[in-house]
Design a protein around this ligand. Structure first.
Ligand SMILES: CC(C)(COP(=O)(O)OP(=O)(O)OC[C@H]1O[C@@H](n2cnc3c(N)ncnc32)[C@H](O)[C@@H]1OP(=O)(O)O)[C@@H](O)C(=O)NCCC(=O)NCCS
Length: 210
């Protein structure tokens, strides 16, 4: 069951916006091309295994940006994947947060993704941005459960999940094929009840299939 609130394109774009104390979280738009290019040109090389670092300069054309926007819009339309950009109050693009692989039916769940560009680490920006996208996930997208899968040695990300008071549920063995190997993931979750919201189960009937 996809929530009715996701039907109108403009209404949805409005719902996917949050202003926090120091940040604005919202979908990228065509007007953001220069900010996106500047962020990539200003970023240092990857600082650890999980830091993607900048795109190479030949991938920073306006046509590349348009292609990214098109892919993001298409995945939003399918209620499958929500990529939101993180801007500071000066309008500088400093990262991105996402709700990925939304599953509706009787699970109403998704995976959480986050990345702050490496010149801005250690200032609490990830915590502020992730809190905002979790709020969007539960309030606007009406999800029941948000799950982060973190590699056991990604200490910065583990610290972030703990700091957000997410619940450590255990280790999912050989969960993803990355860097030519199957990697384990430590699972941290929140359900809407954890943030004081009641899930409306009306319309969520688990039907017998056979
Ligand atoms: C993980 C990441 C998003 C953290 O971003 P950040 O903006 O530096 O995080 P914050 O400043 O909001 O810090 C969050 C928590 O981690 C702690 N922290 C930040 N840097 C730390 C460090 N170097 N060592 C230990 N703890 C650290 C903060 O103190 C804070 O905890 P607190 O609230 O208890 O003080 C960022 O490092 C990143 O983008 N990494 C690459 C991509 C990645 O790993 N994504 C996650 C994949 S699962």
């Amino acid at each position: 069951m996809t929530p009715k609130c996701l039907s109108g394109k403009t209404a949805l774009m409005k719902q996917l916006v949050r202003k926090t104390r120091r940040l604005v979280i919202r979908p990228l738009e065509i007007k953001d091309y220069e900010a996106w290019k500047k962020a990539n040109l200003g970023m240092s090389k990857p600082q650890n295994t999980w830091d993607l670092g900048p795109r190479s300069p030949h991938e920073l054309k306006r046509s590349d940006f348009k292609r990214i926007l098109g892919a993001q819009a298409e995945k939003r339309k399918r209620d499958f994947f929500y990529d939101l950009a993180v801007f500071n109050k000066s309008g500088e693009l400093i990262g991105g947060v996402s709700l990925m692989e939304v599953s509706r039916a009787i699970s109403q769940t998704c995976f959480l993704g986050y990345r702050i560009f490496n010149g801005h680490w250690g200032q609490g920006y990830a915590k502020e941005a992730v809190k905002a996208i979790i709020d969007i996930g539960f309030c606007d997208l009406k999800l029941h459960r948000i799950e982060a899968g973190i590699e056991p040695n990604n200490t910065r990300s583990l610290r972030l999940a703990k700091s957000l008071k997410m619940r450590r549920e255990g280790v999912k063995k050989r969960a993803l094929f990355l860097r030519d190997t199957w990697i384990d993931l430590v699972i941290y979750t929140l359900t809407c009840e954890d943030v004081g919201r009641k899930f409306n189960t009306k319309g969520l009937v688990s039907k017998r299939r056979m």
